[in-house]
Design a protein. Structure first.
Lengths: 281, 277
């Protein structure tokens, strides 16, 4: 028994770079050899899907892109999944960005979905209003008067000349808001300054690290569901029946988690052995 | 064509830090900081300052070359991309009140001057005051009142099952009730945490610990997702369509880092003092 304990303690002192390598392999191998583990939608994801399904055809949906390349693997799959769902159901999409690099992400997502998959027309079926600096002040400004804040769209076209913008003057003119958010400013600001004061329903997709901050708002009904990181995106893809980037990463995610859990258990075992030995001697 | 090579190189350069700090990592880090700053500055200028500030001070709709105000504008016309001929056409009317935020903005930039840095306080004071006022309302409405409203539910709701793992149930309602009250008790510092009060506040700590554990779990999940994202890109760039960019760059980096480690080792062993018997 002592020999086994010695081996475990010795293994606990290995160079941390071996752990990096093991985690790397745990992520890399399932990407080459997918296992096809089942994906089941959680209540939070189902609520987002139900909120979109509940919209009448031709609803005006405001989608805000608040993420950049650094969080793209988590948020981009859910943004694409949501756009597919919205366009399939025949809704009109208005895009704003509270982050400067969100505009890149919006361009990329809409090129892929609106232009290539659905062959929709810019200015009639969707519009990218673009980025405005000012964080929550931008949200507050949109609640009172969008046209004062956005006189032109992201391409420099005057908003008055865009057919889709007809009768759109403030946030209350939209039927639904979706915030694809990776931090501040993001979901919290949309809840505080747009959804709560105006009553326009809001759903969100966030990075995993934000979920604990937003979940109380989901439970209280202030936010209609949440897509939680890459698993949230995969669940949403499963619900709309179009597997995408989120789904393909889930095997790697599950295996990596399993390895990390094993490391945590191993770390705890070495801790207990060490404390037992220190008591003994 | 060169884009995937740059993306693969920068990703591998950042990953190389896991081995140890090295010049590849330094290059990627400095590029990231420099490009981010340049991009943000450019974005802020072209999406806000030029259209929304200058566009309101010298709008095309009210352009009159005889006015002194627009004569001054025409002098600025040497920067023709910022101040185009005939005023700025961004759909605004003239609003000279915007000279005030313009002045405050310039005053904030004066913080670089030791003599005039005091002027920056005016701009900062305005920003802090405005942000505090704006956020106070939002927090009070959504985070305080909204959450109180959200936690005021009917515990014994006959429509709910007694127990459910993830969805609403009477049992879960009890957990929320106990967690909220004991969690708040832990943050009540006007009474010593002893006796029954101490036991309840200790229960609150356990709820907080579960919450921190969940946050840690989500943080790990997020980081793994980002790693998956980078690996997916690296796999894509390793294909023949991109001339196996990832593989060539990985090989070159391993060789250079290996050579560097080898020469470092030799230098270290030469520098080590010899022990004479």
């Amino acid at each position: 028994m002592d020999k086994i304990s010695d081996y475990i303690l010795k293994a606990g002192t290995i160079d941390r770079r071996w752990i990096f390598l093991i985690i790397g392999l745990a992520v890399l191998l399932p990407l080459f050899f997918p296992l096809g583990l089942p994906i089941r939608a959680t209540n939070a994801t189902q609520k987002v899907y139900d909120a979109v399904e509940a919209l009448e055809e031709n609803s005006k949906v405001l989608v805000s892109f608040e993420y950049g390349p650094s969080t793209k693997p988590e948020i981009h799959p859910m943004a694409i999944g949501l756009l597919r769902h919205l366009f399939t159901n025949g809704h009109k999409v208005f895009v704003t960005c509270l982050w400067p690099d969100g505009q890149f992400m919006a361009d990329e997502a809409l090129d892929e979905v609106a232009k290539e998959e659905f062959d929709l027309t810019y200015g009639e079926d969707y519009v990218i209003l673009g980025f405005r600096p000012g964080n929550e002040a931008v949200v507050k400004g949109m609640v009172s008067n969008i046209r004062k804040l956005y006189t032109t769209d992201a391409r420099g076209t005057l908003v008055d000349n865009i057919p889709l913008m007809k009768n759109i003057n403030k946030v209350a003119d939209f039927d639904f808001i979706f915030s694809a958010s990776a931090g501040y400013p993001g979901t919290v600001e949309w809840v505080q300054y747009a959804s709560d004061p105006t009553g326009v329903p809001l759903s969100t997709g966030t990075t995993s690290i934000m979920v604990n901050d937003i979940m109380p708002m989901v439970n209280s009904g202030q936010v209609k569901g949440i897509l939680a990181g890459m698993p949230g995106a995969a669940e949403y893809e499963a619900l709309i029946g179009t597997p995408g980037i989120g789904t393909s990463g889930m095997d790697a995610q599950s295996i990596a988690h399993l390895v990390i859990v094993l490391f945590i258990i191993f770390g705890n075992i070495t801790y207990f052995i060490e404390t037992q030995r220190s008591k003994k001697y | 064509m060169i884009g995937p090579w740059i993306a693969a190189f920068l990703t591998l350069a950042i990953f190389s830090y896991l081995y140890k700090d090295n010049p590849f990592y330094k290059v990627a880090e400095h590029l990231f900081v420099g490009i981010s700053t340049g991009y943000w500055t450019s974005m802020f200028f072209w999406t806000q300052i030029q259209p929304n500030l200058f566009g309101r001070l010298w709008p095309a709709t009210e352009y009159n070359s005889d006015l002194l105000w627009y004569k001054f504008y025409n002098l600025l016309g040497v920067f023709s991309s910022v101040f185009p001929d005939g005023g700025i056409n961004k759909g605004h009317h003239m609003e000279l009140l915007y000279l005030l935020p313009f002045a405050l903005g310039i005053m904030m930039l004066l913080s670089v001057s030791s003599k005039l840095s005091w002027m920056a306080r005016w701009g900062i004071a305005y920003t802090v005051g405005m942000a505090a006022g704006l956020r106070a309302y939002g927090f009070l409405n959504s985070n305080v009142l909204g959450q109180i409203k959200g936690s005021a539910f009917q515990i014994f709701n006959s429509d709910l099952p007694f127990f459910a793992l993830a969805s609403e149930s009477i049992f879960n309602n009890f957990i929320i009730l106990i967690g909220t009250i004991t969690g708040l008790m832990y943050f009540y510092f006007s009474r010593e945490h002893t006796g029954n009060f101490g036991k309840l506040s200790k229960l609150g700590i356990y709820f907080l610990m579960i919450s921190f554990g969940a946050s840690f779990g989500f943080a790990v999940m997020g980081r793994i997702s980002l790693l998956i994202g980078r690996f997916v890109d690296l796999i894509t760039y390793s294909g023949s369509a991109h001339n196996h960019a990832t593989l060539w760059l990985l090989l070159a980096m391993i060789l250079l880092l290996g050579y560097s480690a080898f020469t470092d080792k030799n230098n270290t062993s030469k520098d080590e003092p010899t022990i004479e018997k």
